[in-house]
Ligand binder design. Sequence first.
Ligand code: ZN
Ligand code: ZN
Length: 298
Amino acid sequence: MSLSEDIVSNLRGYSKAMYSTWFHYKPARLLLDGGEGACSTLGNFVFGIEEVFLTHGHYDHISGVPGLIYSRASARGDKEKPLTIYHPAGDELIRLQRDYVLKTCGRLPYELNWEPLEPGQEVPLGRDRDRGFVRGFATPHQRRSLSLGYRIMETRKRLRPEYGGLEGREIAAIAREKGRDAISETYDHVLLAYGGDSMPIDPDVVAGAEVLIHDATFLHRADREGNTHASMDEAFEVAEAANVKALALFHVSSRYTRREAEKRVLQLIEQYDFKPAVTLMMLWRKTTFRNGKIVRAQ
Ligand SMILES: [Zn+2]
Ligand SMILES: [Zn+2]
């Protein structure tokens, strides 16, 4: 299984535009958005979540947060495990929810932190970034308030390009002479980029991502009302420009049936001659397309 397939298979969640959106990404122990149904679905898996990353304060993305906080105090598991909720700085709706929770939750057996984030700010995962790190980026969604997308990243090492043409033993000789650090350089690799609700996001920000999860509220540009959500064809264009390994589509409007959405994905794969795998995340189901065919529905 490729890395991008592995990432998609580890994503569990729900998405329906204007109702609820949340994704649990188990390897990094985090929840991306917290729409209703997250904690009732996850049950005792709520203890597997150490960080929540909220993209913005709209109801369908935060309505499950109080339930998650309360259930971690009563479900069976490690009740002392801390929980941190990261959110865009200055979001009034999230501030109101935080105040409500703090007034009503009583004394929690664990440490609960709410951390505002600005675009570009980095959050280490695990001790000393052993589970990677998350970096937020501003997304075009709300007019008055900041909304954030998130990139789950890891730092990798690679051979410096100037040594690219050399043979293995030549590289080994230079490494012996100058040290390993002289022949390699580090770079940040995007494992999973989640745009949250948005118009098309800037491809440069998610360039080379293993998996891009992009807003696909409308199947066609002409269906759009207002300037807050992307269409499926736009999501394909972002993925193509960013050269991602796999594209996942979410936040599809309930005006479309699954059949209509699947048909549209097949049409766009053909239209763009799109090579990466595509996964449609509609309600509970993930439908994966490869080489212009549905390969898996789960
Ligand atoms: Zn939404
Ligand atoms: Zn929204």
